[in-house]
Design a protein around this ligand. Structure first.
Ligand SMILES: [Zn+2]
Length: 102
């Protein structure tokens, strides 16, 4: 068994004011009393991975044909699918039209 990794970001999930956590230690919570994210295959273990987005060089003022922008994601350790929250986030973000990349 490897030790559990907690990636809880205070405020990010609750939608609370970010200023509230400033200067004080993270609110003491017990992650084990909350639901566990499951892959659609039923697996609960995810491993860290990196997705590379291929940005045309011209879009970011680079002379390279493409720039590879790494995006950290978590994938199911069993079937390799993106973690549901990552898939959701990427889908949401990809629908937004951004005019300024940098
Ligand atoms: Zn899976």
């Amino acid at each position: 068994m490897s030790s559990p990794i907690f990636n809880a970001v205070p405020g990010a999930m609750s939608g609370g004011a970010p200023g509230m956590a400033m200067g004080s230690p993270a609110t003491s919570i017990n992650p084990f009393e909350y639901p566990t994210t499951k892959c659609s295959c039923g697996n609960e273990i995810f491993t860290a991975g990196v997705m590379f987005k291929e940005i045309p060089g011209i879009a970011v003022g680079s002379s390279n044909e493409k720039e590879y922008v790494p995006i950290k994601v978590f994938v199911c350790s069993k079937c390799g699918k993106l973690a549901p929250q990552d898939a959701e986030f990427i889908e949401k973000e990809s629908k937004q039209i951004k005019t300024n990349l940098i």
